[in-house]
Design a binder for this molecule. Structure first.
Ligand code: TZP
Length: 221
């Protein structure tokens, strides 16, 4: 895969728009779409549709409709559209990729289901998890974290710190790596220095006062 798509990777769903002044609980989709378009204009390199948790949409039809709208926007800006976890929806929409966690569908099974037609991203929180699939070509990149404390995930795994990235590299993990969890613009240089190919961000972008400036800062590092 082209690892430059990991450089500034936005992850978001309607639940991540709750803190914005324009958020309307009866119609949260609009806020996500507006925010996503601003982020695409500002130059994000990848987008993951992640509708998850207590405050997310629950109606499968609404989720599918919103996913399609987000995908349309990504296509307009030529940015890969990655689906979080839902392989059926990812296949139905012909998403560019699917991202799963350690407790989701095992990646070997996932790889068979998607028949090489999309990228697979896997979250890792320990060296052992990263070693397990290092040689498995079915996994295209690892999402590593949470690097710092995150407030965007219910029940997150333990915080691993920036040194987790350098440890993975020192131990021979050669897949593209995207760091995730509590990342702010100031920490981007250290993460890239440690061996990450990019950063995946929810709150720092979704809650930014100036989303364009925030994304440009991430890309400039
Ligand atoms: N996986 C590990 S941390 C995290 C996910 C989805 C949340 C990242 O959100 P934020 O707001 O950038 O900490």
């Amino acid at each position: 895969m082209d690892k430059s798509i990991l450089r500034c990777y936005l992850v978001a769903g309607t639940q991540d728009c709750r803190h914005l002044p324009q958020y309307d609980a009866s119609q949260p989709q609009q806020t996500l779409l507006e925010r996503l378009e601003q982020a695409l204009k500002a130059g994000i390199t990848c987008y993951q549709f992640r509708e998850k948790g207590q405050f997310s949409l629950q109606d499968p039809q609404k989720i599918e409709q919103l996913a399609r709208q987000c995908q349309d926007l990504c296509q307009q800006y030529n940015v890969p559209f990655i689906m979080n976890n839902d392989v059926q929806l990812a296949k139905k929409l012909h998403a560019d990729g699917i991202h799963v966690g350690q407790k989701d569908t095992p990646v070997e099974q996932l790889a068979q289901q998607i028949e090489g037609k999309m990228l697979i991203g896997l979250s890792v929180n320990t060296l052992q998890q990263a070693q397990r699939h290092n040689a498995f070509l079915g996994v295209n990149y690892y999402g590593c974290g949470p690097i710092f404390t995150t407030f965007s995930k219910e029940d997150p795994s333990p915080v691993v710190g920036i040194h987790f990235i350098s440890t993975l590299r020192q131990q021979g993990i050669n897949k593209p790596l995207v760091a995730i969890g509590g990342i702010k613009t100031e920490q981007v240089p250290a993460l890239l220095q440690a061996g990450a190919d990019g950063v995946a961000v929810i709150s720092n972008i979704m809650q930014a006062e100036d989303i364009t400036a925030t994304i440009q800062k991430i890309l400039a590092k």
